[in-house]
Design a protein around this ligand. Structure first.
Ligand SMILES: [Zn+2]
Length: 88
């Protein structure tokens, strides 16, 4: 009777480890949103577009190195590219 218990633990241990690893490193977890100031914020290193607040204006180069709340002249102050507005 007592021989069954260690066998069960051996079967469950890898499952438990896998569950902990997947829970601790979930690729579907969204990146944390970033703060954007009214006059403009530079991001070093650049952040992802999904992290930009809704309706903020940002420089889209795949990643974002500059964003602000107002359109202004519509150009990135760092590289001069046209700014894109984040969807609502
Ligand atoms: Zn730029």
């Amino acid at each position: 009777m007592s021989a069954k218990n260690p066998f069960r633990l051996i079967l469950l241990a890898p499952l438990l480890v896998a569950t902990l690893l997947l829970g601790g490193c979930n690729p579907k977890a969204p990146p944390p949103p970033v703060e954007v100031s009214k006059s403009g914020t530079e991001f070093e290193p650049p952040v992802k577009v999904e992290q930009i607040p809704k309706q903020a204006w940002y420089c889209d180069m795949g990643t974002v190195h500059y964003a602000r709340h107002e359109k202004g002249d519509g150009k990135c102050t760092l590289c001069g590219m046209d700014l894109t507005q984040a969807p609502q």
